[in-house]
Design a protein around this ligand. Sequence first.
Ligand SMILES: [Mg+2]
Length: 369
Amino acid sequence: MQITGVNQYHLDSPVEGDAFYPTWIPGYPQTTHELELFEIETDEGITGYGASPSFAGGLDYEDPLSLFLLGEDPHDVDGILRKLETVNLVGPRPWHIELALWDIIGKDAGKPVYELFGAERAEIPCYASTGERQPADERIPYVEQRVEEGFEAVKLRVTEVDDIETVRAVREAFPDLTLMVDANKGWAVRVMEDEVEWSFSDALEFCRGLEDVGGIAWLEEPLPRHDYDSYARLREKTDVPIAGGEFNNGRHQFREFIEHGSLDVLQPDAALATGIQRAVDVARTAQSHGLRFVPHTWTNAVGFAANLHVTTAVGGDWVEYPMEPPWTPDVWSFMLEESFEHDDGYIAAPDAPGLGITIPEEVLAAADD
Ligand SMILES: [Mg+2]
């Protein structure tokens, strides 16, 4: 099989109603959902899709990607990733494109991606993932709704050390709910404002607060994403599990996390950090070290699908389910025929071949390319 075409589509869709204020783009009112969709065509009529997040009208990589990919066999994932390492120096990460290779390989084999890695379909519990920093009086009704919908866990966003009081108020209102907390100090899109950074002692003070609150599944990214040593020091000093790695880049950075003893929960996003195959590798390595693997999924439905297949492939215990109105499954799945809807707080990967997603013709026709 040979790759015969590489097409890139810039897709966008309005976020209905109020703007969305993600903590990872400090000060920015997000009113559109933008992504780059990568379509890989082959001489056997099988087409695969991958995607990356995007903004500001998009970044065009179709020509350089064509130069590297045309004529390659999509089954040669390692060989193609080696070529795309070059692209990683100056352009998009290769992981966005790697998703499309597995979409093709699965379609060629007539199997969903998780089966290619030897797994069976499974219903996996979702945790409702927020995206905004909100005060307790807004957060509590939000959590109430999620609990009614069947979720057994919610992830809160915090910015300041004082936000521990929001976490405490939510805990007091929901004594039995599993809570995750994301500080988003690993990286930021600094287009409007700088993020609020935490010193090591800020992070430790926040952990002490979480120990007191109790029942915290993990604290995510309290420190910059490459500060492996400080993560390890923090982890030694607190009982709160520490999570991270969503936007690190490539397998070797996860080896650093493991060798330094930095994390309890590794979270490589297949669409951003590792691709599918290396996410499976990282998960299996983490599991062999007694660590947990719960990938980040917050990009778009193509990335969500990839991470859901990986989680299924490695028997992961949670799926991050982005749910922060106006950022609802309809918004993050707008490019698909069907949204990824949970069922009473659970979700299973699609069982159709490849990633198991369908992108309607009209979505492609409406794209800027
Ligand atoms: Mg995060």
